[in-house]
Design a protein around this ligand. Structure first.
Ligand code: ATP
Ligand code: MG
Length: 572
């Protein structure tokens, strides 16, 4: 991992991609322009790895005054859907980036790609192969053994043109013929062993309908799409490094003088501990209903993170912090959570919320009385102001904040012990009320009227060991709170040959609490607004299920970083 390298003057030093770009700018390559693109295949929702790539591509263009295209790499008609296209656009916008002009589609280039295929055939550099895809793949050989040349490799240009035209016109069945580049069956680079350029698929495409029954392979479409758009720097993940010679081969075959020749730069894809990042596996989680959908708050998708309560800024900061690496590595998911906490600490208003309520009656506080305490909304940011919090005789505290037989180090409430109610008074537990089965149902406490926080009295300055959050019972608002834990209980759930990743699903990854009590200011909490519940963590009003009158919140992260099963964390 490369964490923010800073040079002597404290400026962030360039990462290797920025260095390449600055070299290119200095040498006046590409008319001094920077043009990047983000090219998702619309076959799933975007995840945090894509977010990294988005931040990188759009970030580079922003830094160097350039432009970025959003391009859907929709060369495969089988798996692509409009739902995915829409979600991808929404996610990129939510992250705060704007692409140049309209979104592009590789399918818009099908005509141009077809013309180029013809041109390559005419140069004698591509041929139609009548063998089955299986046979072709058997003939590819191994990295140490050369492949076998197809018996159709030396067809005449005329014959190839005729067959390719008939392929396009729907004269053959799927798998009956393919178009292959004629490169080198003995190349040490397997991708250069006469790769397939076009295959027959009698399938409608989500954009081109039934216009085509031959579709270009990704490897033929991708580089040419970059070239068509005038992309100067095509940033992609490391697995494409070995494809680069092929992309260059294609480009050299179609290149015209005076145009921009795209430069491909590879970086290591983001891997996160405890996280699955393959779209296919994420789809399996959705289809097998391990999660409620692509935007389930436990998913590493951008829409899931958003629903969970992540901010775009925290994701961008995370992407920036991890930097770009040239070797594959695994980043600790705790780093992502850290970046989130730092951001929310600054932004999230503090409120009182009790997740597992226990009623407390303050016996020496008049039943008729209520008072309003002035409380800061965020001690980290004065400009966020204050609010009035009601206090009355009956309040709720957290069940776990009381123990009948408390050990010495338990600095919360216990019989005969005192605690401070945050922003309010010191109370003392006088009596424990139980039901017939011995469950604690209520506490009777007394309060010290002189001890009001901020009142300046001796008693207000008195130090007691614990401070608890609380909510006035008659003013409280009911809410459902969903607590999330990691979806997998193994650091590398997809890393086992003999085990399926679904075996590592954490059975306790979701806990729903339906009886939570929140302070009355939460009454008009809007969907997607984020709060810090004092002592408990950060919470976000659910984007889908929360409605006026039925408040539903997701716990975004606990306050402290520990992958702990404990709901309430000690004092303070
Ligand atoms: P697929 O297996 O479906 O191709 P993919 O994750 O590569 O999955 P794409 O839609 O092709 O998905 O990815 C779009 C862009 O995002 C590509 O440029 C890809 O390199 C980049 N990308 C995908 N996953 C990651 C990741 N984990 N880290 C960084 N970039 C990624
Ligand atoms: Mg891909």
């Amino acid at each position: 991992m490369e964490i923010e390298n800073k040079d002597i003057e404290g400026k962030k030093s360039l990462n290797f991609i920025e260095s390449i770009i600055e070299e290119d700018l200095k040498s006046k390559k590409n008319k001094e322009e920077i043009y990047t693109r983000f090219p998702p295949e619309p076959n799933g929702y975007l995840h945090i790895g894509h977010a990294k790539s988005i931040c990188l591509n759009f970030g580079l263009a922003q830094k160097y005054n350039g432009k970025t295209n959003l391009r859907f790499d929709d060369t495969n008609p089988e798996k692509e859907e409009v739902e995915y296209v829409d979600s991808i656009m929404e996610d990129v916008r939510w992250l705060g980036f704007t692409w140049e002009g309209e979104p592009r589609y590789a399918s818009d280039y099908f005509d141009q790609l077809y013309k180029w295929a013809i041109k390559i055939i005419e140069k004698g550099q591509a041929y139609v192969d009548d063998q089955s895809p299986d046979l072709i793949s058997q003939q590819r050989g191994t990295p140490t053994q050369p492949g076998i040349e197809s018996p159709y490799r030396n067809r005449t240009v005329e014959e190839n043109l005729d067959l390719f035209t008939r392929m396009k016109n729907g004269k053959f069945a799927e798998g009956e013929r393919v178009l292959r580049a004629k490169i080198d069956m003995a190349s040490p680079n397997m991708h250069m062993r006469d790769p397939i350029m076009y295959r027959i698929l009698h399938k409608d495409h989500h954009r081109t309908g039934d216009k085509w029954c031959i579709y270009p392979m990704y490897d033929f479409a991708h580089g040419q799409s970059d070239y068509i758009e005038g992309i100067t720097h095509s940033v992609c993940t490391l697995e494409f490094e070995v494809h680069r010679p092929l992309y260059e081969w294609f480009l050299n075959n179609v290149y015209s003088e005076g145009t921009i020749k795209t430069r491909q730069i590879e970086f290591a894809r983001l891997n996160l501990s405890y996280t699955i990042m393959s779209k296919r596996k994420l789809l399996e989680l959705v289809q097998s209903k391990f999660v409620s959908g692509w935007d389930d708050p436990r998913m590493p998708t951008i829409s899931g993170l958003r629903r969970r309560g992540y901010t775009p800024e925290s994701i961008k900061k995370f992407a920036d912090t991890i930097g770009v690496a040239k070797r594959n590595n695994v980043i600790d998911v705790a780093l992502l959570e850290h970046s989130l906490r730092e951001d929310l600490n600054k932004k999230a208003p503090r409120v009182m919320g009790v997740l597992n309520p226990l009623k407390v009656v303050i016996t020496n506080y008049s039943e008729e009385k209520e008072e309003f305490l002035t409380i800061e909304n965020n001690p980290e940011d004065e400009t966020m102001g204050t609010r009035e919090l009601p206090f009355s005789r009956d309040i709720y505290i957290e069940k776990d904040d009381f123990m009948e037989d408390a050990p010495k180090k338990f600095f919360r409430l216990a019989p005969g012990k005192e605690v401070r109610l945050k922003g309010a008074y010191i109370i003392k537990c006088e009596e424990v009320i139980k039901d017939n089965s011995g469950n604690i149902i209520e506490l009777l406490c007394s309060y010290d009227p002189e001890s009001k926080s901020g009142s300046g009295t001796e008693a207000s300055k008195r130090k007691v060991k614990g401070t608890l959050h609380w909510v006035s019972a008659k003013h409280a608002i009911n809410a459902e709170v969903r607590l999330y834990d990691r979806l997998f209980n193994d650091e590398d759930p997809a890393g086992y040959k003999d085990k399926n990743f679904t075996e590592f699903i954490n059975p306790d990854s979701l806990k729903i609490l339906k009886e939570c009590k929140l302070e009355p200011s939460m009454d008009n909490a809007k969907q997607e607004s984020r709060y810090q519940f004092q002592r408990l963590g950060y919470f976000c009003v659910d984007k889908k299920d929360s409605k006026p009158g039925t408040l539903v919140l997701n716990r975004t992260v606990p306050l402290k970083d520990s992958w702990s099963k404990k709901l309430i964390r000690g004092t303070n």
